[in-house]
Write a protein that binds this ligand. Structure first.
Ligand SMILES: NC(=O)c1ccc[n+]([C@@H]2O[C@H](COP(=O)([O-])OP(=O)(O)OC[C@H]3O[C@@H](n4cnc5c(N)ncnc54)[C@H](OP(=O)(O)O)[C@@H]3O)[C@@H](O)[C@H]2O)c1
Length: 350
Protein backbone atom coordinates (compact mmCIF):
# COMPACT_ATOMS: atom_id res chain seq x y z
CA UNK A 1 0.00 0.00 0.00
CA UNK A 2 1.55 3.28 -1.04
CA UNK A 3 1.18 6.50 0.85
CA UNK A 4 0.02 8.61 -2.05
CA UNK A 5 -3.35 9.50 -0.58
CA UNK A 6 -1.99 12.77 0.80
CA UNK A 7 -0.84 13.90 -2.66
CA UNK A 8 -2.59 16.89 -4.14
CA UNK A 9 -2.97 14.99 -7.41
CA UNK A 10 -3.37 11.22 -7.30
CA UNK A 11 -0.38 9.93 -9.34
CA UNK A 12 -2.55 7.14 -10.73
CA UNK A 13 -4.78 9.78 -12.38
CA UNK A 14 -1.81 11.14 -14.38
CA UNK A 15 -1.68 9.72 -17.94
CA UNK A 16 1.04 7.08 -18.40
CA UNK A 17 3.08 6.19 -21.49
CA UNK A 18 3.94 2.60 -22.35
CA UNK A 19 7.60 2.21 -23.31
CA UNK A 20 9.06 -0.28 -25.79
CA UNK A 21 10.20 -2.61 -22.97
CA UNK A 22 6.69 -2.72 -21.51
CA UNK A 23 7.49 -0.36 -18.61
CA UNK A 24 5.36 2.70 -17.87
CA UNK A 25 6.44 6.32 -17.74
CA UNK A 26 4.42 9.16 -16.18
CA UNK A 27 2.96 11.42 -18.87
CA UNK A 28 4.42 14.60 -17.31
CA UNK A 29 7.46 15.32 -15.14
CA UNK A 30 9.37 18.10 -13.44
CA UNK A 31 12.43 19.69 -15.10
CA UNK A 32 15.43 20.57 -12.92
CA UNK A 33 17.58 22.88 -15.05
CA UNK A 34 17.81 26.25 -13.30
CA UNK A 35 18.68 28.11 -16.55
CA UNK A 36 21.86 29.41 -14.87
CA UNK A 37 19.96 31.54 -12.35
CA UNK A 38 17.78 29.43 -10.04
CA UNK A 39 19.86 28.03 -7.13
CA UNK A 40 20.06 24.27 -6.66
CA UNK A 41 18.58 24.46 -3.17
CA UNK A 42 15.43 26.05 -4.55
CA UNK A 43 15.18 23.40 -7.26
CA UNK A 44 15.64 20.59 -4.73
CA UNK A 45 12.86 22.12 -2.62
CA UNK A 46 10.64 22.14 -5.72
CA UNK A 47 11.42 18.47 -6.33
CA UNK A 48 10.29 17.71 -2.78
CA UNK A 49 7.11 19.76 -3.15
CA UNK A 50 6.41 18.26 -6.56
CA UNK A 51 6.75 14.65 -5.36
CA UNK A 52 4.47 15.45 -2.45
CA UNK A 53 2.01 17.02 -4.88
CA UNK A 54 1.94 13.83 -6.97
CA UNK A 55 4.77 14.14 -9.56
CA UNK A 56 6.58 10.87 -10.14
CA UNK A 57 8.90 11.76 -13.05
CA UNK A 58 11.95 13.96 -12.43
CA UNK A 59 14.26 15.01 -15.30
CA UNK A 60 17.84 15.41 -14.02
CA UNK A 61 21.27 15.81 -15.60
CA UNK A 62 24.79 15.90 -14.24
CA UNK A 63 25.47 19.22 -15.98
CA UNK A 64 22.62 20.91 -14.05
CA UNK A 65 24.98 20.77 -11.06
CA UNK A 66 22.27 19.94 -8.52
CA UNK A 67 21.97 16.14 -8.46
CA UNK A 68 23.53 15.91 -4.99
CA UNK A 69 20.86 18.27 -3.61
CA UNK A 70 18.06 16.45 -5.40
CA UNK A 71 19.48 13.17 -4.08
CA UNK A 72 18.90 14.24 -0.48
CA UNK A 73 15.27 14.89 -1.30
CA UNK A 74 14.83 11.64 -3.23
CA UNK A 75 16.26 9.55 -0.41
CA UNK A 76 13.85 11.14 2.06
CA UNK A 77 10.77 11.07 -0.16
CA UNK A 78 11.42 7.53 -1.45
CA UNK A 79 11.25 6.36 2.13
CA UNK A 80 8.03 8.22 2.91
CA UNK A 81 5.87 9.87 0.22
CA UNK A 82 6.69 7.85 -2.88
CA UNK A 83 8.26 4.38 -2.95
CA UNK A 84 11.27 4.13 -5.28
CA UNK A 85 9.39 1.89 -7.72
CA UNK A 86 6.76 4.62 -8.22
CA UNK A 87 9.39 7.18 -9.18
CA UNK A 88 10.79 7.53 -12.70
CA UNK A 89 14.18 9.23 -12.53
CA UNK A 90 15.96 10.34 -15.69
CA UNK A 91 19.53 11.59 -15.90
CA UNK A 92 21.95 12.36 -18.72
CA UNK A 93 25.62 11.96 -19.45
CA UNK A 94 27.26 15.31 -20.23
CA UNK A 95 29.28 16.09 -23.34
CA UNK A 96 32.65 15.94 -21.58
CA UNK A 97 32.06 12.30 -20.57
CA UNK A 98 31.43 10.53 -23.90
CA UNK A 99 34.51 8.29 -23.69
CA UNK A 100 33.30 4.79 -22.65
CA UNK A 101 35.17 4.81 -19.33
CA UNK A 102 33.82 8.31 -18.64
CA UNK A 103 30.23 7.15 -19.29
CA UNK A 104 30.69 4.41 -16.69
CA UNK A 105 32.19 6.85 -14.18
CA UNK A 106 29.53 9.46 -14.89
CA UNK A 107 26.55 7.20 -14.21
CA UNK A 108 28.14 6.05 -10.96
CA UNK A 109 28.62 9.64 -9.87
CA UNK A 110 25.00 10.45 -10.76
CA UNK A 111 23.70 7.38 -8.87
CA UNK A 112 25.77 8.35 -5.86
CA UNK A 113 24.61 11.99 -6.02
CA UNK A 114 20.96 11.02 -6.49
CA UNK A 115 21.33 8.28 -3.84
CA UNK A 116 19.82 5.66 -6.10
CA UNK A 117 20.68 2.07 -7.06
CA UNK A 118 19.44 2.48 -10.62
CA UNK A 119 18.05 5.08 -13.02
CA UNK A 120 14.82 4.57 -14.90
CA UNK A 121 16.40 6.14 -17.98
CA UNK A 122 19.86 7.45 -18.84
CA UNK A 123 20.26 9.67 -21.88
CA UNK A 124 23.13 11.02 -23.95
CA UNK A 125 22.54 14.75 -23.41
CA UNK A 126 23.92 15.90 -26.79
CA UNK A 127 25.24 13.82 -29.70
CA UNK A 128 28.58 15.69 -29.65
CA UNK A 129 31.48 15.56 -27.20
CA UNK A 130 31.63 19.36 -27.58
CA UNK A 131 31.87 20.92 -24.21
CA UNK A 132 30.84 24.26 -22.84
CA UNK A 133 31.15 25.23 -19.23
CA UNK A 134 28.07 26.04 -17.16
CA UNK A 135 27.20 29.74 -17.46
CA UNK A 136 28.97 29.90 -20.84
CA UNK A 137 28.84 33.15 -22.76
CA UNK A 138 26.73 33.03 -25.99
CA UNK A 139 29.89 33.54 -28.07
CA UNK A 140 31.92 30.96 -26.17
CA UNK A 141 33.35 28.19 -28.39
CA UNK A 142 35.30 25.10 -27.36
CA UNK A 143 38.18 24.89 -29.89
CA UNK A 144 38.07 21.06 -29.57
CA UNK A 145 34.48 20.97 -30.81
CA UNK A 146 33.76 18.76 -33.80
CA UNK A 147 30.83 17.73 -36.02
CA UNK A 148 28.86 14.56 -35.31
CA UNK A 149 30.98 11.46 -35.83
CA UNK A 150 28.80 8.36 -35.89
CA UNK A 151 31.57 5.85 -35.09
CA UNK A 152 32.47 7.81 -31.99
CA UNK A 153 28.84 8.19 -30.95
CA UNK A 154 28.38 4.42 -31.19
CA UNK A 155 31.34 3.89 -28.85
CA UNK A 156 29.48 6.05 -26.35
CA UNK A 157 26.29 4.11 -27.08
CA UNK A 158 28.03 0.75 -26.49
CA UNK A 159 29.01 2.05 -23.05
CA UNK A 160 25.37 3.07 -22.46
CA UNK A 161 24.22 -0.44 -23.49
CA UNK A 162 26.66 -1.90 -21.01
CA UNK A 163 24.95 0.05 -18.21
CA UNK A 164 21.66 -1.69 -19.05
CA UNK A 165 23.46 -5.06 -18.98
CA UNK A 166 24.85 -4.20 -15.55
CA UNK A 167 21.43 -3.20 -14.22
CA UNK A 168 22.51 0.35 -13.41
CA UNK A 169 19.93 1.84 -15.75
CA UNK A 170 16.60 0.39 -16.86
CA UNK A 171 16.70 1.94 -20.34
CA UNK A 172 18.76 4.31 -22.43
CA UNK A 173 17.94 7.15 -24.74
CA UNK A 174 19.08 10.16 -26.69
CA UNK A 175 18.55 13.90 -26.59
CA UNK A 176 18.94 16.76 -29.06
CA UNK A 177 18.90 14.33 -31.99
CA UNK A 178 17.70 14.60 -35.58
CA UNK A 179 16.07 12.07 -37.91
CA UNK A 180 19.39 11.69 -39.76
CA UNK A 181 21.39 10.85 -36.64
CA UNK A 182 18.72 8.73 -34.96
CA UNK A 183 18.35 6.62 -38.13
CA UNK A 184 22.02 5.67 -37.88
CA UNK A 185 21.78 4.89 -34.17
CA UNK A 186 18.70 2.71 -34.70
CA UNK A 187 20.51 0.87 -37.52
CA UNK A 188 23.56 0.11 -35.37
CA UNK A 189 22.25 -0.20 -31.79
CA UNK A 190 22.11 -3.49 -29.91
CA UNK A 191 19.78 -1.88 -27.38
CA UNK A 192 17.43 0.61 -29.02
CA UNK A 193 16.81 4.07 -27.56
CA UNK A 194 13.57 3.99 -25.54
CA UNK A 195 13.31 7.77 -25.17
CA UNK A 196 14.35 10.82 -27.17
CA UNK A 197 14.34 14.10 -25.25
CA UNK A 198 13.77 16.94 -27.69
CA UNK A 199 12.67 20.55 -27.69
CA UNK A 200 8.87 20.56 -28.10
CA UNK A 201 6.45 23.41 -27.53
CA UNK A 202 3.55 24.85 -29.53
CA UNK A 203 5.73 27.11 -31.74
CA UNK A 204 8.22 24.26 -32.29
CA UNK A 205 6.32 21.03 -32.86
CA UNK A 206 9.04 19.12 -34.79
CA UNK A 207 6.44 17.09 -36.71
CA UNK A 208 8.89 14.96 -38.66
CA UNK A 209 11.15 13.95 -35.76
CA UNK A 210 8.15 13.48 -33.46
CA UNK A 211 6.50 11.05 -35.90
CA UNK A 212 9.81 9.30 -36.57
CA UNK A 213 10.15 8.61 -32.84
CA UNK A 214 6.62 7.22 -32.58
CA UNK A 215 7.19 5.03 -35.66
CA UNK A 216 10.28 3.54 -33.99
CA UNK A 217 8.74 3.06 -30.51
CA UNK A 218 10.85 5.85 -29.08
CA UNK A 219 8.92 7.94 -26.54
CA UNK A 220 9.34 11.68 -27.23
CA UNK A 221 10.02 13.69 -24.07
CA UNK A 222 9.45 17.40 -24.61
CA UNK A 223 11.84 19.87 -23.03
CA UNK A 224 11.13 23.59 -22.68
CA UNK A 225 7.42 22.73 -23.07
CA UNK A 226 6.28 26.24 -22.10
CA UNK A 227 8.81 27.88 -24.42
CA UNK A 228 11.38 28.36 -21.65
CA UNK A 229 10.46 31.99 -20.83
CA UNK A 230 13.38 32.28 -18.36
CA UNK A 231 16.05 30.59 -20.52
CA UNK A 232 19.67 31.77 -20.37
CA UNK A 233 20.72 34.83 -22.37
CA UNK A 234 22.80 32.65 -24.72
CA UNK A 235 19.59 30.97 -25.90
CA UNK A 236 17.72 34.16 -26.88
CA UNK A 237 17.46 35.81 -30.30
CA UNK A 238 15.15 38.51 -31.68
CA UNK A 239 13.52 35.99 -34.04
CA UNK A 240 12.26 33.71 -31.23
CA UNK A 241 8.52 33.44 -30.65
CA UNK A 242 7.09 33.45 -27.12
CA UNK A 243 4.63 30.55 -26.91
CA UNK A 244 2.62 31.93 -24.01
CA UNK A 245 2.00 35.16 -25.92
CA UNK A 246 0.67 33.55 -29.09
CA UNK A 247 -2.90 34.89 -29.65
CA UNK A 248 -4.42 31.47 -30.41
CA UNK A 249 -2.97 30.07 -27.21
CA UNK A 250 -4.14 33.03 -25.17
CA UNK A 251 -7.67 32.67 -26.54
CA UNK A 252 -7.77 28.96 -25.65
CA UNK A 253 -6.36 29.75 -22.20
CA UNK A 254 -9.08 32.32 -21.62
CA UNK A 255 -11.75 29.81 -22.61
CA UNK A 256 -10.40 27.35 -20.00
CA UNK A 257 -9.73 30.03 -17.38
CA UNK A 258 -6.04 29.08 -17.01
CA UNK A 259 -2.57 30.51 -17.73
CA UNK A 260 -1.36 29.88 -21.32
CA UNK A 261 1.50 27.78 -19.84
CA UNK A 262 -1.07 25.24 -18.78
CA UNK A 263 -2.47 25.03 -22.32
CA UNK A 264 1.03 24.18 -23.60
CA UNK A 265 1.04 21.20 -21.23
CA UNK A 266 -2.47 19.96 -21.97
CA UNK A 267 -1.59 20.08 -25.66
CA UNK A 268 1.70 18.23 -25.09
CA UNK A 269 0.14 15.39 -23.13
CA UNK A 270 -2.82 15.03 -25.49
CA UNK A 271 -0.43 14.94 -28.46
CA UNK A 272 1.55 12.09 -26.87
CA UNK A 273 4.84 13.62 -25.77
CA UNK A 274 5.95 13.71 -22.13
CA UNK A 275 6.49 17.37 -21.14
CA UNK A 276 8.94 18.16 -18.34
CA UNK A 277 8.08 21.74 -17.32
CA UNK A 278 10.37 23.51 -14.88
CA UNK A 279 8.95 25.51 -12.00
CA UNK A 280 9.97 26.33 -8.47
CA UNK A 281 6.61 27.89 -7.57
CA UNK A 282 4.20 25.43 -5.92
CA UNK A 283 1.23 27.23 -7.42
CA UNK A 284 2.65 26.74 -10.92
CA UNK A 285 3.98 23.19 -10.65
CA UNK A 286 0.80 22.00 -8.99
CA UNK A 287 -1.45 23.62 -11.61
CA UNK A 288 0.77 22.11 -14.32
CA UNK A 289 0.19 18.61 -12.93
CA UNK A 290 -3.51 19.13 -12.30
CA UNK A 291 -3.91 20.47 -15.84
CA UNK A 292 -3.18 17.14 -17.46
CA UNK A 293 -5.73 15.22 -15.40
CA UNK A 294 -8.81 17.30 -16.20
CA UNK A 295 -10.56 19.61 -18.68
CA UNK A 296 -8.80 18.46 -21.86
CA UNK A 297 -8.56 20.54 -25.01
CA UNK A 298 -11.31 19.87 -27.54
CA UNK A 299 -10.51 18.36 -30.96
CA UNK A 300 -11.13 21.84 -32.43
CA UNK A 301 -8.68 23.42 -29.99
CA UNK A 302 -6.09 20.74 -30.78
CA UNK A 303 -6.54 21.57 -34.45
CA UNK A 304 -6.04 25.29 -33.70
CA UNK A 305 -2.84 24.46 -31.81
CA UNK A 306 -1.36 23.13 -35.07
CA UNK A 307 -1.49 26.68 -36.46
CA UNK A 308 0.73 27.99 -33.65
CA UNK A 309 3.77 26.20 -35.19
CA UNK A 310 6.50 28.72 -36.19
CA UNK A 311 9.59 26.48 -36.45
CA UNK A 312 10.89 28.51 -33.49
CA UNK A 313 13.81 26.53 -32.09
CA UNK A 314 14.95 28.19 -28.85
CA UNK A 315 17.83 25.97 -27.69
CA UNK A 316 19.98 26.34 -30.81
CA UNK A 317 23.16 24.89 -29.35
CA UNK A 318 25.44 27.47 -30.96
CA UNK A 319 27.94 27.11 -28.12
CA UNK A 320 28.61 23.59 -29.47
CA UNK A 321 29.63 24.78 -32.95
CA UNK A 322 33.03 23.66 -34.17
CA UNK A 323 35.65 25.79 -35.94
CA UNK A 324 34.59 26.11 -39.58
CA UNK A 325 30.88 25.56 -38.99
CA UNK A 326 28.46 28.05 -40.53
CA UNK A 327 25.46 28.71 -38.32
CA UNK A 328 23.68 26.80 -35.58
CA UNK A 329 21.59 25.18 -38.33
CA UNK A 330 24.62 22.92 -38.94
CA UNK A 331 23.83 21.21 -35.63
CA UNK A 332 20.33 20.23 -36.65
CA UNK A 333 20.76 18.49 -40.05
CA UNK A 334 18.09 20.76 -41.50
CA UNK A 335 18.25 19.33 -45.04
CA UNK A 336 18.19 15.74 -43.79
CA UNK A 337 21.95 15.22 -44.07
CA UNK A 338 24.65 15.46 -41.39
CA UNK A 339 27.10 18.22 -42.35
CA UNK A 340 30.85 17.85 -41.83
CA UNK A 341 33.57 20.27 -40.77
CA UNK A 342 32.54 23.10 -43.13
CA UNK A 343 28.85 22.83 -42.33
CA UNK A 344 26.32 23.52 -45.04
CA UNK A 345 28.57 26.34 -46.26
CA UNK A 346 30.38 23.74 -48.44
CA UNK A 347 27.22 22.91 -50.35
CA UNK A 348 26.40 26.57 -50.89
CA UNK A 349 29.90 27.04 -52.38
CA UNK A 350 29.53 23.93 -54.57
N1 LIG B 1 17.78 17.73 -22.91
C1 LIG B 1 18.10 18.99 -23.00
O1 LIG B 1 19.07 19.38 -23.68
C2 LIG B 1 17.28 20.01 -22.28
C3 LIG B 1 17.36 21.37 -22.66
C4 LIG B 1 16.59 22.30 -21.97
C5 LIG B 1 15.76 21.89 -20.94
N2 LIG B 1 15.70 20.57 -20.56
C6 LIG B 1 14.83 20.09 -19.47
O2 LIG B 1 13.51 20.61 -19.68
C7 LIG B 1 13.09 21.30 -18.49
C8 LIG B 1 12.10 22.40 -18.82
O3 LIG B 1 12.59 23.31 -19.76
P1 LIG B 1 12.89 24.84 -19.43
O4 LIG B 1 13.22 24.95 -18.02
O5 LIG B 1 13.86 25.29 -20.46
O6 LIG B 1 11.55 25.61 -19.81
P2 LIG B 1 9.97 25.52 -19.54
O7 LIG B 1 9.63 24.38 -18.68
O8 LIG B 1 9.35 25.62 -20.89
O9 LIG B 1 9.71 26.91 -18.80
C9 LIG B 1 10.02 27.08 -17.47
C10 LIG B 1 9.55 28.47 -17.04
O10 LIG B 1 8.13 28.55 -17.12
C11 LIG B 1 7.60 29.09 -15.90
N3 LIG B 1 6.35 28.38 -15.59
C12 LIG B 1 6.21 27.06 -15.32
N4 LIG B 1 4.92 26.75 -15.08
C13 LIG B 1 4.22 27.92 -15.19
C14 LIG B 1 2.86 28.25 -15.06
N5 LIG B 1 1.93 27.32 -14.74
N6 LIG B 1 2.50 29.54 -15.22
C15 LIG B 1 3.42 30.48 -15.53
N7 LIG B 1 4.73 30.24 -15.67
C16 LIG B 1 5.14 28.95 -15.51
C17 LIG B 1 8.66 28.85 -14.85
O11 LIG B 1 8.68 29.88 -13.91
P3 LIG B 1 8.42 29.64 -12.32
O12 LIG B 1 9.58 28.84 -11.81
O13 LIG B 1 8.37 31.03 -11.82
O14 LIG B 1 7.11 28.91 -12.21
C18 LIG B 1 9.96 28.86 -15.65
O15 LIG B 1 10.48 30.16 -15.71
C19 LIG B 1 14.41 21.77 -17.88
O16 LIG B 1 14.27 22.16 -16.54
C20 LIG B 1 15.28 20.55 -18.09
O17 LIG B 1 14.98 19.56 -17.11
C21 LIG B 1 16.45 19.63 -21.24
Amino acid sequence: MTETTGARVDPTSVPQRRLRDGGAMPGIGLGTFGSDHVPGEQIAAAVRGAIRAGYRLIDCASCYGNENLIGEVLSEEAGTTAPREELFIVSKVWNDAHAPEAVAASVRQTLSDLRLDYLDAYLVHWPFPNYHAPYADPDARDPRSRPYAHGEFMETWRAMEQLVDEGLVRRIGTSNMTVAKLSLVIRDARIQPAINEMELHPTFQQGELFQFCLDHEIQPVGFSPIGSPARPERDRTDEDFADIEMPVLRRIAEAHGVHPAVICLKWAVQRGQVPIPFSVRPRNYISNLEAVTRDPLTPEELEQMRTVERNSRLIKGQVFLWPGAGSWLDIWDVDGTIPGWNGYADEKKG
